[in-house]
Write a protein that binds this ligand. Structure first.
Ligand code: DON
Length: 318
């Protein structure tokens, strides 16, 4: 059918219809019970380990998906590239670079480490960098900043987006490490006077409810130069997309980023909720959901599915 023709035309090697390939991958990886649901935020431990969804959305807005693609979960760190884009649009790239670096850390996502020479967090994909990013979101007051953040995600998803209040409260009452990092960055002037509100903003951003289909549409929006292919709304400028995708490629998968770039070769971002968003520029977005995480905090089935999708369809960027 039409969607398959489109993909066949753009991808290097698609031997079988796309949906069949997704079903095969889904069938094989459903059996993979390894990994562990995140429990360091108590509310995340409620996730169903059997949920698994793979969703593709093309740059002309067609969807191909298998499994639990409408099952809601919290976006967590998969939100980070999108607020980074908003910060760049609010302040310009150079001003953001003054506060947040663009170097991979090779460290865990919650590591308490700043660049010794500049005192900046290493990149916007680790928690410290994401908190500094949240601090850059403009607004007339705190509610307005939250509103602008939510509106950004709504443009990417093409629907209204809401915070899971239980997860948000769970994050903010247990987020001592994030608070400590925010204070450390306040000491170095990397965040401003309103940093406590920025922390709240960060906790809200992590607690946004999405499903795998949303992540595919968000990825497709980036693949499509910033225009949501379903609604045709411009979510972000084409120039900013370039910066977002670069940071996703180098830093999006925590301390697995190097091996990810090697094996999958696509800009992507994972979250401890079990979501992964990946981007094939000019072609499609990929949204994955399975809450069973590996020891680096990436969705185990999600990573395996991307390795296989990349291999089967020749999606590696290089
Ligand atoms: O800051 C936290 O602890 C989380 N809300 C960040 C979530 C996340 O996904 C980071 N790593 N996977």
């Amino acid at each position: 059918d039409n969607e398959v023709d489109l993909l066949l035309g753009r991808m290097k090697t698609a031997a079988a219809p796309i949906r069949d390939v997704l079903r095969q991958i889904y069938g094989r990886l459903s059996q993979l019970g390894e990994g562990k649901v995140a429990d360091y935020i108590p509310e995340l431990a409620q996730a169903n380990p059997n949920d698994f969804g793979i969703s593709l959305c093309t740059v002309d807005g067609q969807t191909i998906e298998v499994g639990d693609c409408q099952k809601m979960f919290t976006i967590q760190s998969a939100s980070k590239p999108f607020t980074y884009g908003l910060a760049i649009e609010d302040h310009g790239c150079e001003a953001v670079l003054q506060k947040i670096g663009v170097e991979p850390t090779g460290e865990a996502f919650n590591s308490i480490v700043l660049d010794e020479t500049s005192n900046r967090p290493f990149n916007p994909m680790v928690n410290a960098g994401a908190i500094a990013t949240a601090d850059l979101i403009k607004g007339t007051d705190y509610p307005d900043r939250v509103k602008r953040m939510l509106a950004t995600f709504a443009r990417y998803c093409g629907r209204e987006i809401f915070v899971d209040n239980a997860v948000f409260l769970s994050e903010r009452t247990t987020g001592h490490r994030n608070r400590a990092m925010a204070h450390l960055m306040r000491n170095f002037g990397m965040v401003g006077d309103k940093f406590e509100e920025s922390l709240e903003l960060y906790f809200q951003q992590c607690s946004l409810l999405v499903h795998a289909h949303d992540l595919a549409v968000m990825g497709a929006t980036l693949a499509n130069g910033g225009i949501n292919p379903v609604t045709q709304e411009q979510a972000v400028s084409t120039e900013t997309v370039k910066y977002i995708l670069s940071i996703m490629l180098s830093c999006g998968m925590y301390d697995y980023a190097g091996e990810w770039a090697f094996r999958v070769g696509l800009p992507a971002k994972s979250g401890v909720g079990g979501g992964i968003v990946a981007v094939v520029p000019g072609v499609l977005g990929i949204g994955l959901y399975s809450p069973l995480l590996d020891d680096k905090g990436n969705s185990r089935r999600g990573v395996e599915a991307c390795i296989e999708l990349s291999r089967r369809f020749g999606l590696h960027a290089l």
